[in-house]
Design a protein around this ligand. Sequence first.
Ligand code: OOB
Length: 585
Amino acid sequence: MSNMNSETVDTRLPLKQIWPDALVARYRAAGYWRGETFPAFLRERAVSFSELVAVVAETGRYTYAELDKEAERIGAGLLAQGLKPGDRVIVQFGNVLEFIPVVSGLFYAGLIPVYALPAHRITEVSHFARKAEASAYIAGRRYAGFDYATLARDLVSAVPSIKHVVLAEDNVGQPAEFTPLSALKGDAAALPRNLDPQSVAFLQLSGGSTGLSKLIPRTHDDYIYSFRASNELCGITPNSVYMTALPAAHNFPMSSPGWLGALYAGARVVLSPSAEPGAAFAIIERERVTCVGLVPPLALLWADAAAHTEHDISSLEVMQVGGAKLVPEAAKRLMTELTGLGCTLQQVFGMAEGLVNYTRLGDSDDLILNTQGRPISVDDEIRIVDDNGQPVSEGEAGNLQVQGPYTIRGYHNEEAANANSFTADGYYCTGDIVKRTPEGYLVVQGRANDHINRAGEKISAEEIEDHLLGHPSVFDAAVVSIPDDYLGERSCAFIIARGDKPRAVELKKWMREQGLAAFKVPDQIVFAKAFDTTAVGKVSRRELRAQLRQRFLEQAQSDKALSDKALSDRAQSDIAPLTQTQENN
Ligand code: OOB
C-alpha cells in the first residue's frame, strides 16, 4: 500500500454520471458524499478490524486482513495481465467465497465491475459485455450445475473486446484454458492510489422493463452513502452478521444494507449458496446470523419452515422483505411468525437505479404491514405524477419519479432509453405506480410498464416476445404477467403458431438452448388462433397484452378447474425467484 503510484486515476470518462452542480454542493454539504472510495474504505477496515471475520462461505472464510491481501493480489494480478484502470470487467459468481475478494480486487485496481447474475447466459452476458465494452470476464467455474467455461468460450468469440478470461478453477489437475483466479499475481505498487469518489465504481444491471437490461452506473460517493445510511436504518453494527441468501450481485443484498453495508460496518458477511430454508437455517444457526434480506415468496417459505425447524434461528433480529410487493395479508402472516422469534420485519422497496425505501425498525405494525417504507434520505425528492407529468392530489396513486443523492441521472450508453426514463429536469421515472400516506410512506400499487416481477426477478415482456419471434414456428407472441399466489406474478406467453403448433415444452427447451436465463422462460404458454387485430399495431402492443391478460383472468375465474390446473402444473422446483436454481434443461 505504501508504494503505490500517486497518479490520480480518473475513471469518469467515458463513464459519466453527472449531477447538477447545485445538487453536488448540497449532497456534500449535507455530509452524504464524503469523498470516500471503495478501495479506501476496504483498506481502512482491513486495519481497524484486521483479525475479525469479514466473509464466510461454504468453502471457507476470510478475516478483514486476509480479504485485503487477496483483493490486492487479484487487483494487481489483473493489471499485470494488461488491464487498465477504468476498464470494464464482467463478473459472474454465485454466492461463493471468491466473489468478494474478486470485486474488492477490481475496486483496488480501479477496474469497473459489471455484475451479471449467476442465472444469466450468453444472450444476456454478451449484451452487457457489448454495452459496457468490457475487456474481461471473471467467473466462478461451476455453479448450480452450470459450467461457466462454456459461457466464457462463447463470449470470447461473440464479443471481440473481451481479451481476458479468469475463472475460479474447480477442476484441479486439468490444464488451464483460461487464467485461473489462483494464478493472478502482480505488483501491488501498480495499483492506483487515488480514485475520484465521483467516478463510476461499477455497473449494475437494470431490471429491464423495456427490452434488454440496461447498465446502471453507480459512483463511489453515491453508493457508499446509500449503504452507510442503510446500516443505520437496519441496525447494522460491527456485531452484526448479515446473510446474503439472494444472489450477491443483486442490488438488494449488495447494498440495502447488504454485504457492502456489512463490510463497511466491520460486520460479518455470510454467503449462503442456497435460499432454501433447510440449508439456510443451518447456516443461520452456525453463524448466528442477525439480518437477512429476502423476496416475498422466500420470506413466506421461511416463515412456514420456521414453525417446524429443528435449527435454532433465534439470532435473527431483522428480516427484510423486498424486490416485489409483500401484500398486507402475507405481511401479517410473516409478522406473526417473526414476532415469535423476536425478529423484526422490515419492508424494503428499492431499485438498482437508486432510491431505496425502508420501514423503520421501530415503526408501528400498521406501517410495517401496509406500506413499503419511506426513502432513506430527506433529500430523496419524490414526485407522484399522472400520465401527463402533473402531480396527483395527495394520497392519490401515480407514477413515481425521483432524484436524490444516490439515484442515477442516466443509464450507461443508452441515449434513447434515457430520454424515456428521465425527465428533462433529471428525475428518474421509476415505472412504479405508488401512493403516499400522510406519514410520507409509499404504498406500491403496480407498474406502469409491461414487465413481470417474478418473485423479484424483473422480466421484460418485450424482450421475451422478441426471443419467441425468433422461433420458426412462432408467428406472433405476447407475454403478460399473471397473478400468482406464490411468485406474486408469473409469466404467460400467448402464441400464434406458424404452421404446425410447436409443443410448449419444446418451445421452453428451445428458449433455454438459445442461452437465455432460465427465469425468463415463460411459466405458461397459451396458443391463440389470432390476436384481436384492432389491438395489434405500433402503439397498441401494450393494449394487446392488457386485453389478453384480462381475457385470461376472466376465463380462469369462470373456469376454476382451469385455474387450478394451471397452478398445479407449476412445480415448485420450476421456480427461480432471485434464488440460485439448478439448471433444468
Ligand atoms: C430491487 O431492485 P431492482 O432494480 O431489481 O427492481 C426494482 C423494481 C422497483 O422499481 C419495483 O418495481 C420493484 O422492483 N420492487 C418492489 C419492491 N421492491 C422492489 N415492488 C413492490 N414492493 C417492493 N418492496 O428489487 C431492489 C433494490 C434494492 C432494494 C430492494 C429491492
